[in-house]
Design a protein around this ligand. Sequence first.
Ligand SMILES: [Zn+2]
Length: 316
Amino acid sequence: MFVVGIVSLLVTSPVFSQDSVQSPDGLFDFHVDPWVSLHHFAYHYVREEERLLKLRGRVPLTEDDRRLITDEFRAVCAPLTVAYRPYIERSLLFDANTRALTKALKWGPSGVLDDDVRKALEACMPAYRETFWPRHKEAGVRLREHLLRQLKLYETRMADRFARMLEGSWPGVPIRVDLTPYANWAGAYTDDSPPHISISSLDNEFSGRFAFEILFHESGHTGSFAQSLLRAANAALEATALENERFWHYVLFHVSGVATADAIGDSTYVPFANAVGLAQTEDAEAYYRALEETWDAGGTFSDRVLRAAQKVRDNE
Ligand SMILES: [Zn+2]
């Protein structure tokens, strides 16, 4: 493990130093960051305060966090509810303006262009640090330690298998991974410009080996991996005249699951998509089954993806 420690030149806030920990092989740079965490917390907190029924987090605010929302906190952090109002009905991943907040906050509040958001976050930070941050930080560090233990054992093997299967390559610099209390509705999401992964540390579904698989799954949303997936899936759909805009994502789940089972040397491993039911939904089931049945016949990545699509078409 390589501890970078204090990156004082990049710290724009006097309140916190920024620490990061690299994975043993240097593929990932893990952050448990108060500004990124407060931002994600604020997004979900304001959604709850505004009584929006459709929560954007698979993990809504936890009971522990709800209990800590006092009148005093509400008063101090009231500017958040105004500042975040334009953002809370937008996606953390697909809306460029919302994504820009996360991008800027990786380096503290000073780069946030929306003055209202920046001031609201700065005004709320002391109260957040006092009440929520100790638990949020603890959850992030716990997930980081958990991931580092598995990466120490399997990072090299997994990285190799993952890149080989997808016929892509790892970027030359570590991918920044923020372990935040809350992420988006899926529990984890990835911005590819530049590569940046956010994973919810309070999401129980990302415990055990799933955290490891999800980390690599999210990496598949970056750079050459993402391109390779889209290219192979689109070519296969075109060749088979099938329509399914999520096929590339099923392939990514399949590859992440197969590579994980292989890297950890456990043929009984049940991949995340199968374990939580994503592989059994109506649109997805035939594709996942075809991928499982045809994958081991070998060939290039495109061959395997095409063969799965042909199997789906033949079964229709
Ligand atoms: Zn994904």
